[in-house]
Design a protein around this ligand. Structure first.
Ligand code: MRU
Length: 346
């Protein structure tokens, strides 16, 4: 994505958090200013900022603002007062483990603190932000090394600069592979109901002059049957210790289709997305959102009045259907518990 600050998903400016409003992109470029942890949590819940690493980074900045407020309220009691802010942030969305990972990292910092907290916590939040960008660059290189020249890829949702500190996970791999002239075509599916693919992935890639071809989700099987893609590349919200991958609803369908058609399946995610405390995918909490999100398209109703709906927003792809998990520490091919454990041991 361009270096234009205007297009950055997350910025820390004048002692507060500025988020690019992803609900209305790409048709309107507007920013939301968060000055408290509660405002940050609401922005996460309402999808102003979304994508696993971006949620974690935003929450970390939310902790900084909470510390600012609580320390001003009571220099003696702020460490206990801030716990309600940590809870509010932790309650914003359930699936992306990066949120809890970032909050834990901030909590460790709080525990070790003596004296005024804001500068130290801000440094930690900025480190989380910057480390994520660096991780994405590394993943980009690792992931691109798996792709043969002349390949076409399909991606799902938005796992790009908008969903991370910058550069992106799945889109980081696509950016790197494109820069190496390996890609003939990038397909993005629209990703109902929030249209992260159509609105965000397409916008991001076009900003970088990477041509993108949209397909509806229902076209994926036929796209693969026609031999038009060699890789599906996605991000993740949480990877269990056995390598099962939670990601945007529809990811599992793509994995099943990829198996059927001999298409390779890559998951690009930083190690902050791997939850070694969760044994398998079935244990990952899957967020269910309001039915209104799928009974309408934007503000326009699309379902017969009275129709019910079920709106799980993530699904789990079994590890056995994943060819490679690409992290900043390296690639785990045919992931399983041992492979992931080794990644952390190295
Ligand atoms: O509901 P969203 O838009 O937050 O879902 C985002 C995804 O599913 C992404 O694929 C995932 O967070 C990886 S982002 C690098």
């Amino acid at each position: 994505m361009t270096n234009d600050n205007h297009n950055l998903a997350i910025q820390w400016l004048d002692e507060h958090l500025v988020l690019l409003d992803q609900r209305i992109l790409p048709f309107e470029i507007k920013h939301l200013h968060c000055r408290t942890a509660a405002e940050t949590a609401l922005a996460i819940t309402e999808m102003v900022v979304r994508g696993a690493p971006a949620i974690g980074i935003s929450a970390a900045y939310g902790v900084v603002m909470a510390a600012q407020q609580r320390f001003a309220e009571s220099a003696r009691e702020w460490k206990s007062l801030i716990q309600q802010d940590m809870q509010t942030l932790a309650g914003s969305r359930p699936t992306a483990v990066n949120l809890f990972w970032a909050l834990e990292r901030m909590q460790k910092c709080i525990d070790a603190l003596q004296g005024a907290p804001v500068n130290v916590l801000l440094e930690e939040a900025k480190a989380i932000h910057e480390e994520d960008i660096a991780a994405n660059r590394k993943m980009g290189e690792f992931g691109a090394s798996l792709i043969d020249p002349g390949s076409a890829v399909l991606t799902h949702c938005n796992a790009g600069a908008l969903a991370t500190g910058g550069y992106g996970t799945a889109l980081g791999v696509i950016r790197s592979a494109y820069a190496q002239n390996k890609l003939t075509q990038v397909y993005a599916d629209e990703t109902r109901p929030w249209l992260q693919g159509a609105r965000l992935t397409a916008w991001e890639l076009l900003q970088d002059q990477i041509p993108v071809t949209m397909v509806v989700e229902g076209a994926a099987a036929w796209l693969m049957q026609q031999g038009k893609v060699q890789w599906v590349i996605v991000g993740s919200d949480r990877i269990a210790a056995n390598g099962d991958v939670a990601n945007k609803i529809g990811t599992y369908s793509l994995a099943v289709l990829a198996r059927q058609h001999g298409v390779k399946f890559m998951v690009a995610a930083p190690t902050s997305t791997i939850d070694m405390n969760v044994a398998e995918g079935n244990d990952i909490p899957i967020e269910t959102r309001a039915t209104a999100e799928i009974l309408s398209c934007g503000k326009t109703p699309i379902a017969a009045p009275g129709a019910g709906a079920w709106n799980p927003v993530f699904d789990v792809t079994p590890a056995a259907m994943v060819d490679a998990i690409v992290t900043e520490r390296g690639i785990v091919t045919l992931p399983d518990h041992n492979g992931l454990q080794q990644l952390f041991a190295e």
